[in-house]
Design a protein around this ligand. Structure first.
Ligand SMILES: Nc1ncnc2c1ncn2[C@@H]1O[C@H](COP(=O)(O)OP(=O)(O)O)[C@@H](O)[C@H]1O
Ligand SMILES: [Mg+2]
Length: 447
C-alpha cells in the first residue's frame, strides 16, 4: 500500500521540514500551519526511516484528538494500523508514532526509561521547562545513521513562555547548551494560503482579540506574555547581585514542602525600612524531611533566624505515606521537621490575599524601589515567578504549575506586615525595643 499525502508545504513549513537542528521550534502566530507541519514531518520521518520510534505530545487528550489523532486516522487510513488504547500508529516498516498527553506535571514521567528518536511537542509553551528537560532525556535512538531530534510548535504565552523564548528567541544559552542545536522558524497566518482562502474571516477574528492576545497570536510577538500572573516582575528591578547582608537585618525563612514535587526553602532578610530581600534558596526533590532539615541548617550556618513559616498542610497527618519517607505513622511532617531540629510555624496560606501581598511587595514605592528583591542566585524563584499563569477559572488566582518557589515567597511575605501598613508597624516597633510586642491578632508574628 502506497502512502499518499495531500497538500504542499508552504515556504515556512518547508524550512521546518528541512531543519537539521537537534531542537527545531516553529512558532509565533496562530493559523500559520504549525500543527499541520508537525504532523506531516513526523509521518514523513516514520515512512522514510525503518523502525523509528516517535512521540507526539500535547497537554490534553481532547486537544490531541482534535489536532492529531483524527487527522492522522484520515491520512494514514489503510497504511498504518492504529492501536486506540495505546494511541499508537504502527507503520509497515516498523516505525511507530505514539501520541501522548501530559495533563499533570508528573505525567511526563510515564515516559521514564523510554527511547524516542523523534519527539514532537505541540504547543510547547504549555509545557514547563522541567517537563521539556525530562523529555529531552528520552530523546535517543539506536537506529543507525539517525540523529535524535525534537520538534516544537508554539505560540507566545503560557507556562512555558519563558524557556521557549530564552532558547529560541533570545538565544540565551547556558553552559551545557550548544547554540547550533537550536533553530527557530517564525510562523505567520499570512504564510498559510490554504487557510486564508478557505476561511477569510480567520484573520479578522485574530484582529478582534484584545490587544495583548492579538499581539501574541496574530503578530507572534514574544515580548507580550498573555496570561502572565506577575507582570510586575522584572529582572532589572527585582534581581540584585548578592551582597553581604548587615547583621542587624532580621532574617526569616519560608518553605513550600514537596517530596515528588520540589521542596523550596527561601531565606529572607528585612531591612529597617521593612523591605525584604530573599537571599538564598534551596530547591530539591525526593528529599526526606530530615535531609531537608539538615541542608537548611547547613546552609543557614550561624545566621540568626527569627522564624520559619511553612505550608499549613505540614501539620496534617499524612499517615503511612510518611513511613516510607523516614517517618512514623501518625506523625505529621511538622513533627518530623521539629525532630530534625527545624521548628516551624504554619503560614497564612490564603491564596488570593497572598498573591496580592506578593504583588504589593513587587510594586514600586515612593522612591521607585520595590519592597521586595532577590539575589541573582535564587535561580528557581527567578525562573518560576514570572512563569506563573493566571488561572483561567479564577482570574484572581494563579494556575497550578511549577509554583513551589512562588508559594514559598507568598508564605514568607504573608508573615510580614501589609505593605501599606508597614509604616505603622515601623513606628510601633520603635516603642517595642525588646521585642515584647504580642503576636498579631491573626496569629502571625510581625517582626
Ligand atoms: N500546507 C498545507 N496544506 C493544506 N492545508 C494546510 C497546510 N498548512 C496548514 N493547513 C491547514 O490550515 C489550517 C491551520 O493550520 P494549523 O496547522 O492548524 O495551524 P497552527 O497550528 O499554526 O495554528 C488547518 O486546517 C490545516 O489543516
Ligand atoms: Mg496548532
Amino acid at each position: 500500500m502506497q502512502l499518499t499525502l495531500n497538500g504542499e508545504p508552504n515556504p515556512r513549513q518547508r524550512e521546518f521540514f528541512l531543519s537539521r537542528a537537534r531542537h527545531t521550534a516553529y512558532g509565533g502566530a496562530r493559523g500559520g500551519g504549525k500543527s499541520w507541519a508537525m504532523r506531516r514531518k513526523l509521518v514523513l520521518l516514520a515512512a522514510n526511516y525503518d523502525g523509528l520510534n516517535i512521540l507526539l505530545l500535547r497537554r490534553t487528550l481532547p486537544e490531541l484528538r482534535e489536532n492529531h489523532i483524527l487527522p492522522l486516522l484520515k491520512e494514514l487510513y489503510g497504511f498504518a494500523d492504529y492501536n486506540a488504547t495505546e494511541h499508537v500508529f504502527d507503520f509497515p516498516n516498523g516505525s511507530r508514532i505514539k501520541l501522548g498527553y501530559c495533563d499533570s506535571l508528573a505525567d511526563v514521567y510515564q515516559y521514564q526509561g523510554q527511547e524516542y528518536a523523534v519527539i514532537g511537542m505541540e504547543e510547547a509553551t504549555h509545557f514547563t521547562e522541567e517537563q521539556q528537560q525530562f523529555l529531552a532525556t528520552c530523546n535517543r535512538t539506536a537506529v543507525p545513521g539517525f540523529s535524535p531530534r525534537m520538534y516544537y510548535t508554539c505560540n507566545p504565552g503560557n507556562v512555558g513562555h519563558a524557556w521557549v523564548k530564552r532558547l529560541f528567541i533570545d538565544r540565551q544559552f547556558r553552559e551545557d547548551e550548544d547554540p547550533d542545536d537550536y533553530a527557530f522558524i517564525p510562523a505567520r497566518v499570512w504564510d498559510n494560503k490554504v487557510l486564508l482562502t478557505a476561511d477569510p474571516g480567520y484573520v479578522k477574528q485574530l484582529m478582534a482579540l484584545p490587544e495583548e492576545l492579538r499581539r501574541a497570536h496574530l503578530d507572534g510577538d514574544w515580548d507580550v506574555h498573555a496570561g502572565q500572573y506577575f507582570r510586575e516582575f522584572s529582572r532589572q528591578r527585582h534581581v540584585v547581585a548578592p551582597y553581604a547582608i548587615p547583621d542587624y537585618y532580621r532574617r526569616f525563612r519560608s518553605m513550600d514542602w514537596g517530596y515528588n514535587d520540589p521542596c523550596c526553602v527561601l531565606w529572607h532578610a528585612v531591612d529597617p525600612e521593612g523591605r525584604v530581600v530573599t537571599y538564598r534558596e534551596l530547591y530539591v526533590r525526593e528529599t526526606r524531611p530530615d535531609e531537608v532539615a539538615r541542608m537548611v541548617k547547613d546552609m543557614t550556618g550561624d545566621e540568626q533566624i527569627a522564624y520559619t513559616v511553612a505550608s499549613p498542610d505540614l501539620w496534617q497527618n499524612r499517615g503511612a505515606m510518611l513511613a516510607a519517607k523516614g517517618g512514623f505513622e501518625g506523625e505529621t511532617l511538622a513533627e518530623l521537621f521539629m525532630k530534625s531540629g527545624l521548628g516551624m510555624i504554619p503560614a497564612d496560606s490564603s491564596r488570593v490575599a497572598g498573591w496580592q501581598r506578593v504583588r504589593d511587595y513587587l510594586a514600586p514605592q515612593a522612591d521607585g524601589e520595590p519592597r521586595w528583591k532577590c539575589f541573582s542566585d535564587c535561580a528557581n524563584l527567578i525562573r518560576t515567578l514570572p512563569a506563573l499563569q493566571y488561572d483561567e477559572r479564577n482570574r484572581e488566582d494563579a494556575a497550578d504549575g511549577e509554583d513551589h518557589a512562588p508559594e514559598a515567597l507568598r508564605y514568607g511575605l504573608m508573615s510580614r506586615p501589609h505593605a501599606a501598613k508597614a509604616k505603622d508597624e515601623r513606628s510601633m516597633r520603635a516603642f517595642d525595643p525588646l521585642g515584647m510586642r504580642p503576636q498579631r491578632r491573626d496569629g502571625y508574628m510581625s517582626i
